[in-house]
Design a protein around this ligand. Structure first.
Ligand code: PLP
Length: 398
């Protein structure tokens, strides 16, 4: 890659990311191209953002036409794309009002505010929000406080008060943690950043029941699982319970920055004038892009394709000798490698071979391919994965 870019990044960009040594300059569908013209199959999709594929013509056209008309006026005025998007999000999910923001982190901040104000209205003085160990909800102080793995970092103490966590997928620990002071249970239906770990139906049912009994809100962070990723528009649709509040971002804007917190008929009424805001949120360009994304994804044929292709990928991956476990749903896939195989090294090897993925934990790879992945690209990716793993001889039996 261009050494001047590498050097300037090191000199001028705060070193919060350990980047792979590739500079991408172009994307098309499920393919990426680097500055030397090399082609890659993208099995990460910009971390579940490029779900309709890179530079989808309908998304590009929505951005192009809207950006020539009006880029920004703020939320002090009406803009039709924003209102249309709120209607689409509400009617395809919980049926209540929507708050817009610019990221997943911010969507969760809004959900936390709703939970605390809702608890206050019930007379709860010290509202508490319960999450699972391994959950990822974001990087600003509210969402960070709800992210147990990062909240423990003493460099950034103190966290916000009123957050606690219980062991992952432990229904009885969750039930015990929920009481009269619980404002909300804030959880990912399938943990993404942790490495793709679906919650069991038993735990989801326990969460719903305990929230109903205590008056707490059940909040699903669908920032990664939403927008078709699991084969339904929202992951909760395939599970046994419905949340009271839901957050989305990542794939929503097709590559533009937009997030949303969606309420039901009750929770959508909690925040009122002055309670929350955002200068950029749901500007006409991002809203137009999001409407184009929803047109593409909220389509039975597309959702069927996500499920069938996802199933095929998971089945093929399960058949590899060096794969110990395949987790996930739809095209959100985590692969635990056999004992002793370093996922980070395999991931680096995959990148050299022309497959973009990531290794969220030392034993697992994560695949979040664009939904427009063709059968041929899927086969190509599977061959590259098999080749990258071929040098390893598993010691673990399945
Ligand atoms: C990525 C992610 C977030 C944070 O979203 P940002 O847009 O990076 O702020 C929050 N929750 C989940 C589940 C995520 O995957």
């Amino acid at each position: 890659m261009n050494e001047a870019v590498r050097a300037d990044e090191a000199r001028y960009v705060m070193q919060t990311y350990k980047r792979a040594g590739v500079e991408f300059v172009r994307g098309e569908g499920a393919l990426l191209f680097d500055d030397e013209g090399r082609e890659y199959v993208d099995f990460l999709g910009g971390i579940s953002v490029a779900s309709v594929g890179h530079c989808h013509p309908k998304v590009v056209e929505a951005i192009r036409s809207q950006s020539a008309e009006l880029l920004h006026v703020s939320n002090l005025f009406y803009t039709a794309p924003m209102v249309e998007l709120a209607k689409r999000l509400s009617e395809t999910s919980l049926g209540g009002k929507v708050f817009f923001c610019n990221s997943g982190t911010e969507a969760n901040e809004c959900a936390i505010k709703i939970a605390r104000k809702h608890a206050r209205s019930r007379g709860v003085e010290k509202p508490e929000i319960v999450s699972f160990e391994g959950d990822f909800h974001g990087r600003s102080y509210g969402s960070l406080s709800a992210t147990p793995g990062l909240a423990a970092n003493p460099d950034f103490a103190p966290m916000l008060p009123g957050f606690r966590s219980v062991p992952f997928d432990d229904a009885s620990a969750l039930r015990e943690a929920i009481g009269p002071d619980t404002a909300a249970v804030l959880i990912e239906p399938i943990q993404g950043e942790a490495g793709v770990f679906p919650l069991s139906d038993e735990t989801l049912l326990a969460a719903r029941q305990a929230c109903d009994e205590s008056g707490a809100l059940l909040i699903f962070d669908e920032v990664q699982t939403g927008i078709g990723r699991t084969g339904s528009l929202w992951a909760y649709e395939q599970g046994p319970v419905r949340p009271d509040v839901m957050t989305t971002a990542k794939a929503l804007g097709g590559g533009t920055a937009i997030g949303a917190c969606i309420g039901n008929r009750q929770t959508g009424e909690v925040l009122t004038a002055g309670d929350h805001g955002s200068t950029f949120a749901a500007g006409p360009v991002a809203s137009g892009a999001a409407l184009a994304v929803l047109d593409l994804v909220d389509d039975p044929a597309m959702l069927r394709r996500i499920r069938s292709l996802g199933d095929r990928l998971m089945e093929s991956l399960s058949g590899l000798d060096q794969v110990a476990e395949v987790r996930g749903r739809g095209m959100m896939i985590g692969v635990r490698l056999a004992e002793g195989i370093d996922a980070g090294a395999v991931n680096a090897n995959l990148l050299e071979r022309g497959l973009v993925a990531n290794a969220p934990r030392p034993d697992s790879l994560r695949f979040l391919p664009p939904f427009v992945l063709t059968d041929e690209q899927a086969e190509q990716a599977l061959s590259l994965i098999a080749e990258a793993l071929a040098g390893y001889h598993p010691v673990e039996s399945k």
